[in-house]
Design a protein around this ligand. Structure first.
Ligand code: GLA
Length: 695
């Protein structure tokens, strides 16, 4: 099967990936018409698609042509639906009139070039088949000798086929409450998910799924994500006749981006994933996409982490860190990270961010001695940084007060007592690359936790090369890419006050994400449940912290805390200096058990068996080879006389025999799938991990 077919006689294109097809055609008038996104089709089907023309239903008052029939909805004429592109030409004209010019096909990629019928301005639509996903983006080209201003430049519009009704699933939240699964029927009108914060933010993931009532195991689902680490927007517009289109990309909030003569701007990628067999199928496809095409080091099992933030907060001293490191190593941790508080001037939130040199009192000889000790304990060594922020009380800010986003006549907004460095500026980018390079060269540092604890406000960098909403993210990517290129062995975690920056753009440049500052193991179950709709568990860091947890003050037994964190990347973040020997010994057993199942958890096939709003959360992971199955079950409180739950597993081989290694009990796959695995959950905060091996 070729990924991209050009049906020359009909001037149509058919893109085919794993389980889906996508089709478009050039009309005799030179317009680009959307034909299909959904289940697989053959080239011969395109004739039928062309014969089925929904535009015959147009009326005088409607937006026309309707967005769902046009491949790119460019503002102009009667296109009064949500448009994907809006520009202003130098003469003040704000309407586009684009026509097909040419196309190129190479392997799994199609590029269609549209050009304005009057102005020297082009839009190149890019398509790339990536396994079960389709990537789309647009390059906007100013071929003229006058500037063009981009007012709105989404990556693409996704047209969905008619359904009798639509339901939307998205991942909403706020700080410490990220990725809560939210599901609602769509009515005629517009559902807008967005961030205006300059980072993807906590309020929603740049991800949306749409179906006509699909369940976990059945039903067609269409989903769209935006691979952009800044302000994004997803607008699902449903017409009363049941037609739906989703516009996806960079938010046009406050966007005015001048495109100088002879230059171009390329939008971020939007990714579309279609699944024919319900949300399980959709989850498998997103996880496979991230593993195969997005996240670095896809095949390397992630280490067990220790992070000292909740243990010591800003009180970072080498003696106490070393004591934590000894205990962490004793538990089986493989990476030791010192969080905020290690650098010059940092005693609390009020100072120091921007000066990435070790505190001279605590670390007179730099970080090397501590890094060496950590290495001697058999762990890798990492540090926390917040490169895009700067404290007013820092040497960097004193030297370069002009390097932040600010309006000359307006107050500067402090957030967590920092300003935002203007990474839209080339000089700031270079400074950061050098500062991080100096840090990473000063000691054997193996990992960075890259944080950002504020939104972008005052959207001006004083240099004015374009919209800083775009320039900041491009600068962030450039700095990350340059640092990674210089230090290819350094692993990076993405964090923004927890899960404020967990999008496909940053995931292409980091090994994992910190999904939430909320380390309450019960709260984490719902956060993690939602997270796995959009992202693979091999990017989902989870720590076991102290009880009661510092944010919620809830007390939870160690076993439940470990089991909750073992469903992703296990980390430990408690103050081990205070843990009794019995807890340390118990913890070491969980870490050892985790190492037995982690390849399955991180890279296996995941099934959410139950979860929020159910009071029992259960999930299973089947190893890629199918030989190991790990089943986790959690019940926060005793309800009535429930002492066991019967978990009907999914995705096993019904003919195979599975053995519970702990009890020796043998089950057929059919029994586990059709009748269920009985798991005991007795008492409050009951949790269980059952590991089954295929006989
Ligand atoms: C943010 C992060 C935390 C921690 C602190 C340090 O809140 O999300 O994990 O690193 O900053 O200040």
């Amino acid at each position: 099967m070729t990924a991209v077919n050009h049906l020359t006689d009909r001037n149509a294109f058919l893109l085919r990936g794993d389980g889906f097809a996508y089709a478009l055609a050039v009309t005799p008038d030179g317009d680009l018409r959307h034909l299909h996104w959904g289940g697989p089709l053959e080239p011969d089907d395109v004739t039928g698609l062309l014969a089925d023309d929904p535009r015959e239903f147009g009326s005088n008052t409607w937006s026309s042509p309707r967005a769902h029939t046009e491949e790119l909805v460019a503002h102009g004429g009667r296109r009064l639906d949500e448009s994907a592109l809006k520009v202003e030409f130098a003469d003040g004209v704000r309407a586009l009139d684009l026509a097909y010019r040419s196309h190129t096909i190479s392997a799994d990629q199609l590029t269609v070039r549209l050009a304005d019928r009057h102005y020297p301005f082009a839009a190149e639509l890019h398509y790339r088949v990536r396994g079960g996903a389709l990537e789309r983006w647009t390059m906007l080209v100013n071929d003229g000798d006058a500037p063009v201003v981009l007012d709105r430049a989404y990556s693409a519009t996704w047209g969905l086929p008619w359904q009798p009704r639509w339901e939307a699933t998205w991942l909403a939240g706020m700080y410490a409450t990220e990725t809560q699964v939210t599901r609602r029927p769509l009515g005629a009108g517009r559902l807008v998910l967005e961030s205006r914060r300059g980072i993807p933010g906590h309020a929603a993931q740049p991800w949306l799924a749409l179906d006509a009532g699909a369940g976990d195991e059945a039903g067609a689902v269409w989903s769209v994500a935006v691979a952009w680490s800044g302000s994004w927007r997803l607008a699902a517009e449903l017409a009363h006749d049941g037609r739906l289109h989703v516009t996806a990309g960079v938010n046009d909030f406050d966007l005015r981006h001048p495109l100088a003569p002879g230059t171009s701007w390329t939008t971020p990628v939007t990714v579309g994933v279609y699944a024919s067999a319900g949300h399980d199928d959709l989850t498998d496809r997103w996880h496979a996409y991230e593993r195969r095409f997005v996240v670095p080091r896809p095949d390397v099992v992630r280490p067990v982490l220790y992070n000292g933030w909740e243990a010591t907060f800003f009180d970072v001293r080498p003696e106490s860190q070393l004591e934590l490191a000894r205990r962490a190593a004793g538990l089986g941790a493989e990476l030791f990270v010192i969080d905020d508080g290690w650098f010059a001037g940092r005693k609390d939130e009020s100072a120091g961010v921007g000066d990435w040199t070790p505190d001279p009192t605590a670390f007179p000889d730099g970080l090397q001695p501590l890094a060496d000790e950590v290495h001697a304990l058999g762990m890798r060594f990492g540090v926390w940084v917040e490169p895009e922020a700067v404290s007013p009380d820092s040497d960097l800010f004193r030297a370069h007060p002009d390097w932040i986003y600010q309006w000359p006549t307006r107050p500067r907004t402090l957030a967590r007592q920092t300003h935002m460095l203007a990474l839209s500026r080339p000089d700031v980018r270079t400074h950061l690359v050098e500062a991080l390079n100096a840090l990473l060269s000063s000691a054997p540092i193996d990992a960075l936790k890259w944080d950002l604890n504020r939104p972008l406000t005052e959207a001006s960098d004083g240099v004015g090369n374009g919209s800083v909403w775009l320039g900041h993210v491009e600068g962030f990517y450039e700095v990350l890419d340059r640092v990674r290129a210089r230090h290819p062995d350094v692993w990076i975690e993405s964090c923004a006050s927890g899960g404020g920056r967990a999008d496909l753009g940053v995931m292409a440049r980091t090994e994992w994400v910190w999904p939430s500052d909320n380390t309450d193991a019960l709260e984490r179950l719902t956060i993690q449940h939602g997270y796995t709709y959009a992202h693979s568990p091999h990017t989902m860091m989870a720590w076991v912290t102290d009880s009661p947890t510092y944010l919620t003050k809830r007390e939870i037994p160690l076993r439940f805390r470990f089991h909750s964190a073992m469903t992703g990347l296990l980390g430990i973040g408690g103050n081990l200096a205070d843990w009794p020997q019995s807890a340390l010994a118990e913890a070491a057993e969980y870490v050892a058990q985790y190492k037995q199942v982690r390849a399955t958890v991180q890279y296996g096939v995941m099934r959410r068996l139950s979860g929020a709003p159910d009071d029992v959360t259960a999930l299973s992971y089947r190893s890629p080879s199918g030989h190991q199955v790990a089943v986790f079950a959690f019940a926060p409180s005793v309800r009535h006389l429930r002492r066991t739950v019967q978990l009907r597993l999914r995705g096993l081989d019904p003919a195979a025999v599975y053995v519970d290694g702990a009890t020796g009990t043998r089950y057929s796959g059919a029994l586990l799938m059709h009748h269920g695995l009985r798991v005991g959950l007795v008492g409050d905060y009951a949790s269980e991990l059952v590991v089954l091996d295929r006989a």
